[in-house]
Design a protein around this ligand. Structure first.
Ligand code: 2M8
Length: 452
């Protein structure tokens, strides 16, 4: 067992090693640029160690914001090499809204940024620097959320859609299998490319080539449409109202309302939007019979009944009422997602009993620390402290025994994907700082045994 101080120092070393002087890479070699939701999670770790770097992380990302508010999922670092697909594939110069001097992708990732900005402000030692940071970021965050509601909630339902699996952050989740099967690619539709990821980590850990063909097909469709949202909406075979994305947007609107109030601005519009999203998630994505939230496929006009750990995350934004929350927690315990007895490191990304579950392949089963962090905070929000503490201890065990990996085998705990992964380190730093009692090794669970 390592002391808390030693673990925190090791986590901090991961962030330090991935710090480029301008932003933090998600991983040393596999991800050499800046990613959008990674930046927010990474800032949540830096804020305990170095307030300036936490602020810098988000400033760097928002410098690449598009004119109409879109925050790109990747901000390319001109000095870095060895990532595919790079700027030449995205061709964002076809859009009048893309920044002229900064190379970016043309899709988004879940909006965790207002949540990170508000947390940084609350933790800040240098209050005046934090206030200046909030003042600078506030209009950019508002423009980001406005873009989402304007362009992605086209039907005014209170739910935004994503238009690429990468926009969910859960790239090859079984959620998208049905849509991928509907995307019949003719020989001419299959882009020619060479992947880099499978030269850096095990091929068995990563998405398949058939999945990559479809990711790139969609990217080409966006580029050919000049990134015009109306044209994309007409042609795109992938339009999904995702539970995780909308949950994080709902929470981000709540946090933006806090920021607005702190700055003396009108917070009401943000609060109202947060309530609208929460109501819409409950109205359209909640399945009362199955007691779970499900994504919705707008192209086929029907729910996607695939059970991911992300289906439980509305707890993070306070979306379910008390009864729904109790049913969600029962469901979590009764399924293979949550194990008091140590038979599985909780919580795997995908239902261990689901079709196509894999303990090692990317978003098809392994344990991801960011999803667990969201569940820990969500369970704590509703008073399920034993469950939250149990997850904290399993997170600690995973990193202590195996290091700061991108994801973990749910049965052996073995690390997969990239080592020295930034958001794993950052979120462990955050839990050690804010949830110290739950992160204590050896603290006896008040109920049954933690993973042993
Ligand atoms: C993964 O996604 C990228 C594409 O965006 C990739 O596989 O190349 C995902 O896990 C995503 O959620 C994450 O933000 C990104 C960087 O960590 O890697």
């Amino acid at each position: 067992m390592r002391t808390t101080t030693a673990l925190r120092e090791q986590a901090c070393q991961v962030l330090e090693a991935n710090w480029t002087g301008r932003f933090t890479k998600p991983a040393p070699r596999l991800y050499p640029h800046q990613w959008s939701w990674d930046a927010a999670f990474i800032a949540l770790g830096w804020m305990h160690e170095d307030q300036e770097r936490a602020q810098q992380e988000l400033r760097h990302l928002f410098r690449a914001q598009w004119k109409h508010g879109l925050v790109p999922h990747i901000v390319f670092d001109r000095r870095a090499r060895g990532y595919f697909p790079g700027p030449g594939v995205w061709e964002t110069h076809r859009s009048p809204d893309a920044p002229a001097r900064i190379a970016t992708s043309g899709i988004v990732q879940p909006p965790v940024h207002a949540t990170a900005a508000w947390a940084i402000y609350q933790q800040a030692r240098d209050r005046s620097a934090a206030r200046a940071f909030l003042e600078e970021l506030f209009p950019k965050l508002a423009a980001w959320h406005d873009y989402l509601f304007r362009e992605r909630d086209y039907y005014g339902e209170g739910l935004v859609y994503i238009r690429h699996p990468w926009e969910s952050g859960m790239d090859n989740a079984p959620l998208w299998d049905g849509i991928a099967q509907r995307m019949h690619l003719n020989p001419g539709d299959r882009p020619r490319y060479r992947r880099v990821d499978t030269t850096l980590v095990a091929e068995a850990d990563r998405p398949t080539s058939a999945e990559y063909d479809r990711y790139l097909y969609l990217v080409r469709l966006f580029a050919e449409a000049g990134y015009d949202e109306a044209r994309i909406r007409e042609a795109c075979p992938f339009l999904v109202q995702d539970v995780l994305f909308n949950t994080l947007l709902c929470r981000a609107e709540q946090d933006l309302a806090e920021i607005a109030a702190e700055l003396g601005e009108d917070s009401e519009p943000f609060r109202q939007r947060a309530c609208r999203v929460a109501e819409a998630v409950n109205r359209k994505l909640w399945d009362d019979r199955r007691a779970l939230y499900f994504d919705y496929d707008l192209v086929l006009d029907r729910p996607i009944w695939v059970r991911m750990a992300a289906c439980f995350t509305p707890l993070f934004a306070g979306i379910p009422d008390g009864l729904q929350a109790a049913r969600l927690v029962s469901h979590l315990e009764a399924s293979g997602f949550f194990n008091w007895d140590g038979s599985c490191y909780s919580v795997p990304s995908y239902d261990p009993n689901g079709l196509g579950f894999s303990p090692v392949r990317y978003w098809r089963g392994p344990v991801w620390i960011n999803i667990n962090w969201l569940l820990i905070e969500g369970l704590a929000r509703y008073g399920y402290t034993e469950h939250a503490a149990h997850l904290c201890r399993t997170v600690r065990l995973l990193v202590e025994r195996n290091g700061f990996y991108e994801y973990y085998h749910p049965y052996t705990g073995e690390g997969h994907g990239s080592e020295q992964f930034s958001w794993t380190a950052a979120l462990v730093m955050d839990l050690l700082a804010r949830r110290p009692e739950w992160m204590q090794w050896g603290v006896r669970s008040t109920r049954r045994r933690a993973v042993a």
